[in-house]
Design a protein around this ligand. Structure first.
Ligand SMILES: O=C(O)c1cc(=O)[nH]c(=O)n1[C@@H]1O[C@H](COP(=O)(O)O)[C@@H](O)[C@H]1O
Length: 204
């Protein structure tokens, strides 16, 4: 949490100036958190490597939208089911064959949601080799994505998150150990299976 506070300060998400809030109160500090997550993500990757961004539907769509607005990279949107009307396209947006696309996701477990999105993008001629996620649950997603040619960047791993929360007294040693044991167990099992990651993780 301390490091998060430092990061928020570093990326100028906490502004010490006179501001008037929405309800009309004057105050000396303003929290510009909407863009801070996006700034953290953008510091981890070279956005110029990509021509497009795409959020994994549907939870990552707002994050991808902000990244698109800040970076001025066009956003494409993957529809989970092809519409029965209009363009009937699975991928909405303006793009050209061979365009590279950065994938945005909030949480990665097995990596299957990212790969499904990548596969639909590929079928439309879009190339994907990088994904950025807010939190990696460290249950095989990174390796699975690497096997499929996708490099995943993450702001936080679950191990780091548990360590920070424990250090600051937000969780007990017991909770930390339970989560870590659970993750280690799922990780080992998922690495030893040859069936799809999704089955590996749900069968346990
Ligand atoms: O279902 C999950 O694995 C999951 C775990 C969690 O702690 N939080 C969470 O949001 N998820 C969802 O699971 C998706 C990632 O799971 P994978 O496709 O297995 O990588 C994300 O798009 C999330 O919607």
């Amino acid at each position: 949490m301390e490091s998060l506070a430092m990061e928020l300060s570093k990326i100028n998400a906490i502004k010490f100036e006179d501001y008037k809030t929405k309800v009309g109160l004057y105050n000396p500090v303003y929290f510009d958190l909407r863009e801070s997550l996006v700034q953290l993500m953008m510091e981890m990757i070279d956005i110029k490597n990509s021509k497009l961004v795409c959020g994994v539907p549907y939870t990552a769509l707002p994050i991808a939208t902000i990244i698109s607005l800040i970076s001025i990279l066009p956003m494409v949107m993957r529809c989970k089911e092809a519409k029965s009307y209009g363009t009937k396209e699975l991928i909405e947006g303006i793009f050209s064959d061979g365009d590279s696309c950065l994938i945005i996701e909030d949480v990665v477990t097995s990596g299957s949601s990212i790969l499904e999105t990548v596969e639909d993008l590929k079928a439309s001629g879009i190339v994907c080799s990088e994904a950025i996620v807010l939190l990696d649950r460290e249950q095989g997603g990174k390796a699975f994505l690497a096997e499929n040619g996708i490099k995943r960047h993450s702001i936080l791993t679950i191990t780091e998150l548990m360590r920070f929360l424990f250090k600051r007294g937000f969780i007990t040693a017991e909770i930390k150990a339970t989560v870590n044991d659970h993750i280690a167990c799922k990780k080992m099992k998922s690495e030893n299976v040859t069936i799809s990651m999704k089955e590996a993780l749900t069968d346990q």
